[in-house]
Design a protein around this ligand. Structure first.
Ligand SMILES: [Zn+2]
Length: 238
């Protein structure tokens, strides 16, 4: 390659590069190599261990370090493109796990209240679900659930308080009202903390005789999950 070709290639590389959404270093991939490595450190090695008997959970990583930063940037710095690689990784690990392998599942993202959706401009769970479904080939059911009450920030609340705050927060959405689904539902959310949101969403669906097999999430806090799983009643199998 001669000097001019080298210059041209250099300029082209520069032009094609964008900023890493976490550290603003130039990168030609979703995250720069440094942040990619940091994110991979948050990955849970055996996510199947959360697929328990009461409320089955399948998380990609722990809610800490770079993964916490990435989810914060996605929602609060309004960087929706972060959802694409995260949803993809979750989908890849779900396929590798062979949980519910070959089963026709409907992926239902946890909805936002319309006011929050308006102010944020997107539902992060829906974007993650789009990417997850591209990898897994599962069907995305976007308007299956609606959020009818706006809840204040839940992170300071105890698990029992969260459950109480969320009671009646969801209702069946347009697509399931129009056509009762035959397939099982797999819920999807960005973060799983105490499980209160997942349980309330699942209860809403179950009241309409819709079976929910569990939830997939990008991140979870293992300690809280262990605590919460001791406190929450089991979902009766249908
Ligand atoms: Zn970076």
């Amino acid at each position: 390659m001669n000097f001019f070709q080298n210059c041209y290639q250099g300029l082209l590389d520069l032009f094609l590069q964008s900023q890493c959404p976490l550290c603003q270093r130039p990168t030609s991939t979703d995250f720069c190599p440094y942040c990619q490595k940091q994110l991979q450190r948050c990955q849970i090695t055996q996510p199947e261990k959360f697929w328990g008997k009461d409320f089955p959970l399948f998380p990609w990583g722990t809610y800490s370090g770079s993964l916490k930063k990435a989810l914060w940037a996605l929602k609060y710095e309004k960087q929706p493109k972060i959802a694409q690689p995260l949803g993809f990784w979750l989908g890849e690990t779900w396929l590798k796990s062979r949980l519910k392998s070959g089963k026709n599942l409907l992926v239902v993202p946890i909805p936002l209240h319309p006011n929050k959706l308006r102010s944020r401009g997107f539902n992060q769970a829906e974007l993650l679900a789009e990417s997850f479904c591209q990898v897994t080939n599962l069907h995305l059911a976007k308007d299956a659930l609606e959020r009818r009450s706006e809840t204040e920030a839940l992170h300071s609340k105890l698990s029992t308080e969260r459950r109480e705050t969320l009671r009646g927060a969801f209702q069946i959405g347009k697509s399931f009202r129009q056509r009762h689904p035959k397939a099982e539902v797999l819920l999807l959310d960005d973060i799983y903390t105490t499980g209160a949101t997942a349980l309330e969403a699942a209860d809403t669906l179950r009241k309409f005789d819709i079976k929910v097999c569990g939830i997939v999430a990008i991140a979870t806090s293992e300690i809280r999950v262990t605590d919460a799983r001791l406190n929450f009643p089991a979902i009766p199998s249908k």
